[in-house]
Design a binder for this molecule. Sequence first.
Ligand code: HEM
Length: 414
Amino acid sequence: MAGHSPRACPSQAARRAGITRVVVLFELMLALFLLVTALCWYGAFRWRRRRLYELAARVPGTPELPLVGHAHKVSGNSEVMTDPVDTQFILKTCLEKDDLHRFMRTIIGYGGVFAPVSIWRRRRKIMVPTFSPRILEQFVEIFAEQSDVLSRRLAAQSDGAPLSAWPLISAYTLDSVCDMNLYERKSFLDLLIKQSGGTKGYSNIELREEVMTLIVAGTDTTALVLGFTLTLLAKYPDIQERIYRELCDVFGKSERQLEKEDLPKLIYTERVIKESLRLFPPGPFVARKIEEETILPSGRTLPAGAGVIVSLWGVLRDPSHWGPDADHFDPDRFLPERFGQQHACSYIPFSSGPRNCVGYQYAMMSLKTALATVLRRCRVVGEPEKGPVPQIDVKMEIMMKPVNDFQLQFAKRV
Ligand code: HEM
């Protein structure tokens, strides 16, 4: 009727209330069902992994939180527990890479660093001869030329505001591996292609994957070490001057390019690079998968299927190997009389065991050449550090990088 709002009759209202009750009840039942299913799934998940939890509980450390475990510990400052004997054992005997690496396989396929052991073993055998000292020394000429380009570029931007040195440094390492020059000279990649030919060598796909691997494993790593070393030298001018004095002893007033015979004479320069690598290893962690239940020398048991992260960073800064001044920047700790006392597995920036870095000698030669060439032409300048512990903020992006992209300032040497 006009002027009256429509009203449900009592029986309709009762029916609607009944329907609402049924819907609410249904939603409650559904929620309960989902909760019970989730709890059952979680219970089954924990039950399947009971051996892992039982063994993990025996590892000393902070207690885990429900559901998140120790995930909250991955960010921020946390203490790392390291044992060189266990570390050495894992790196020697557990060669399978952890599933964490699966995403890298979509980028570089089964290239050496991330390949399963069944594929890696043969590929490593083919690659190793490319890194023999006799072959590597041929590359010093390439390092010297490419670092001459780098030092000229840095000098051209000297006496101005700080610049991000990262693009120039990483161009040096990439150009050294690929050596895009026009001479009749073999680059590192040419050599790998030649070495790997024939029926016992790599197929075309394998070769492509290994070339990708070397570009990934061999360029940013070396560039990061060079960047961290230059940053440290800006903070510690006395150490930089000591390197310069060594360079003056070796090269005198000559402007000649570095040659392979010079490298063994750069003794202090090498100590500085080693110390920089100790404090700022570009790959601070190595992840391995435990295939069979493994008892470590310390008596701890790692269950089959577990992933293990070996903290190279933790080992390299552990006061029980390096003393109470483990965080200090002190290149002289690599003097033979001091370094000789160390446990073999306390210095492992290139990892250890059969899957260690195949390119460590290449990297050291490249780093010594680049550092010597840059420091002969320029000085890295900056605010000196207030104490012996260098304060450099870092972030993790697969590798460990500086937060500031190596903002550095250079001054030309006269
Ligand atoms: C200072 C620079 C470098 C550092 C700190 C470094 C460090 C490492 C580390 C920690 C690993 C992992 C080893 C493991 O899983 O136990 C590795 C593997 C590897 N690195 Fe390096 N690396 C450097 C430079 C290079 C260079 C210049 C090359 C080649 C030109 C190279 C080629 C490789 C390859 C092929 C592997 C895989 C080895 C295998 O699984 O058989 N690296 N490196």
